[in-house]
Design a protein around this ligand. Structure first.
Ligand SMILES: [Fe+2]
Length: 582
């Protein structure tokens, strides 16, 4: 038996993943436990959870692996600083303390932190591995994908040096054959516009994508002609004259602002048509680059399936276009395509490297561990009721049938329902384990949810969770379309007019398809709702409020429920009503 712990940490979205003999046993992001959004620290709580789930301690591990190679990353930082000195003195002096303090000797840091987790128990005495960052992204997609032969596209801000990697996987090995290198980065380009429009880099990219639907891409030509130089194969060069991320602490500089004759928006300043149009423009440029890149990849490595990972794979609008405008017949995006997923990919890489060729085939079992991404902690009915009683919450405990009946009725009457059921999802999307659900039929549902439930910007869209066998009635997708993790934004059909809350300003929706196997209880709830209303879908948004991580425990869920405008909340089979429990 081989047990491997994968760790991603010290940049953003720290996470841990435990793999045993090819099967992903557990995976979780540190933010869910620490309650710090995008927590970048050592994922101690996530690691403890992984050990609890597998009933092991650090001394039982065979391998520990980190999701990038720090020395190569340091090499990139040094080369970039030297190439731009003395302008880059400030970013250099800002970055150095953390490298000197721990990142340069990460092996020692990781071992010390793992020893702390072991406490008085058996410590981990084996090797600490470091693997190529883009390879971890590639493995997190290709080796959790249900189809073994695939072309692989990795695209993020930057790994060690690579910013875009192209390659293939046959289910047993992965080869990344072509790459684009820093500073020419699609992820950093998108983040530069995220910054310029007044959103936080590395978390506000969703907001920029949501805003794009309200604008027209009138600056796309300007971006393509002045800020970058795109080749027909999708590779490009960023004109560094306009960007600040190499030689300053800002993403863009004065010359960038001069191109648009605007200053960067501060977070508290109003969003104007300029920002909407700029968002639409960079979204279009991003989609066009990805389309060219994917078409080129198909020429290099023809396959029916394209696996995508890296932070850029969270761009559902681009994924939707890749699905219909490239020769690939299937697009697979893992549930955590960003850096948290690097912990999964790293663990899978070392797990596979630890066995001989004959045994590699058995490792394919990991393909199915990701079917519903339910790799996080679960609190059963008894644990949940104990936790709720401890904090003095009032609730009623119901059978599944009674609960589904009552919740479907409440939803049909316009109530907004917190829904915590089963193991926590891995990845940034809540797909029905830690969700807030609502009736999508009301014209005012989106405004009410943004304002009173999530406390977030009015332009943010809401996604539908729809019964998989009914998806083609409402969305322009093929019959075999699957989107279990809301990875694709697709056009809606006229029939979706019954559910205005899930239609974005540009007539699209970020669809989650749901089969009975993926989540039987939620499937039955939507069926029941459909019988009451004739609408086989619900609004599904993550169980959190603005700037907070998605809830993990019953106590987190209760606190979030109390401070938001939700009407009632389900925690396992317990129903909490705002009027009774607050
Ligand atoms: Fe990455």
């Amino acid at each position: 038996m081989t047990t491997t712990l994968g760790i991603s940490a010290f940049f953003h979205d720290s996470a841990a993943c435990l793999v045993r003999d090819g099967r992903i046993i557990a995976a979780a992001q540190e933010e869910r436990f620490s309650r710090i959004k995008h927590d970048a620290g050592f994922p101690e709580s996530a690691i403890r959870y992984c050990f609890d789930a597998a009933k092991i301690s650090p001394g039982d591990l065979d391998h520990v692996v980190f999701y990038e190679k720090p020395i190569r990353k340091f090499d990139r930082l040094m080369e970039s600083f030297l190439a731009t000195a003395p302008r880059s003195l400030r970013p250099f002096t800002t970055a150095m303390p953390s490298w000197i303090k721990g990142k340069l000797n990460l092996r020692k840091t990781l071992r010390r932190r793992l020893d702390q987790v072991a406490g008085d128990g058996r410590r981990y005495g084996g090797k600490i591995h470091f693997v190529d960052h883009h390879l971890t992204h590639a493995a997190s997609a290709a080796w959790t994908c249900p189809w073994p032969n695939a072309a692989v596209l990795v695209c993020d801000a930057v790994g060690e040096w690579a910013t875009t990697s192209l390659g293939w996987s046959d289910g047993q090995q992965i080869q990344l054959t072509h790459q684009l290198r820093y500073p020419h980065s699609l992820g950093l380009l998108y983040s530069a516009f995220t910054y310029f429009c007044g959103f936080t880099v590395n978390s506000g990219e969703y907001k920029l994508m949501g805003l794009a639907a309200y604008g027209t891409p009138k600056y796309a030509q300007t971006i393509e002609s002045k800020l970058l130089n795109i080749a027909s194969d999708g590779s490009f060069r960023l004109n560094q004259e306009f960007f600040g991320f190499v030689d300053s602490l800002k993403m863009t500089n004065q010359r960038f602002a001069d191109v648009f004759d605007q200053t960067p928006r501060r977070a508290d300043e109003p969003i104007t048509d300029f920002h909407r149009d700029l968002a639409a423009s960079i979204q279009k440029v991003t989609e066009d680059i990805l389309l060219r890149t994917a078409k080129h990849l198909h020429r290099l490595h023809a396959a029916d399936v394209l696996c995508i990972a890296g932070g850029v794979a969270l761009n559902g609008k681009a994924n939707g276009r890749l699905m219909v405008e490239t020769p690939f017949r299937k697009i697979y995006v893992p549930p955590a395509p960003g850096d948290a997923g690097g912990a999964v990919g790293a663990a899978l890489l070392i797990d596979r490297a630890s066995v001989n060729d004959a045994a590699v085939g058995d490792r394919a079992i990991s393909q199915y561990s990701m079917q519903n991404a339910c790799l996080g902690p679960v609190y059963d009915s008894q644990q949940s009721s104990q936790e709720l009683r401890k904090i003095g919450a009032s609730f009623r405990s119901l059978t599944d049938d009674a609960l589904i009946d009552e919740v479907a009725r409440r939803l049909a009457n316009g109530q907004v329902v917190g829904w915590m059921d089963g193991p926590m999802e891995f990845g940034p999307r809540a797909v029905g384990r830690r969700s807030i659900l609502a009736d999508p039929r009301g014209e005012d549902v989106r405004d009410r949810m943004n304002k009173a439930i999530k406390f977030r910007e009015p332009f943010r869209p809401f996604a539908p969770v729809v019964l998989a066998d009914r998806v083609t009635e409402y969305f322009q997708v093929s019959g075999d379309f699957e989107s279990p993790w809301m990875s694709f934004i697709v056009p809606v059909k006229a029939a979706a007019g019954i559910a205005p809350a899930i239609i974005h300003a540009d007539g699209t929706a970020r669809v989650q398809t749901l089969t009975r196997d993926q989540n039987p209880k939620l499937y039955r709830l939507i069926q029941r709702f459909d019988r009451l209303t004739g609408c086989p879908m619900l609004v599904n948004t993550s169980f959190n409020v603005k700037d907070e991580p998605i809830v993990a425990s019953p106590v987190d869920a209760y606190r979030c429920f109390r401070k938001s405008g939700m009407d009632c909340c389900v925690i396992q089979n317990h129903l909490l009503d705002k009027r009774e429990s607050c």
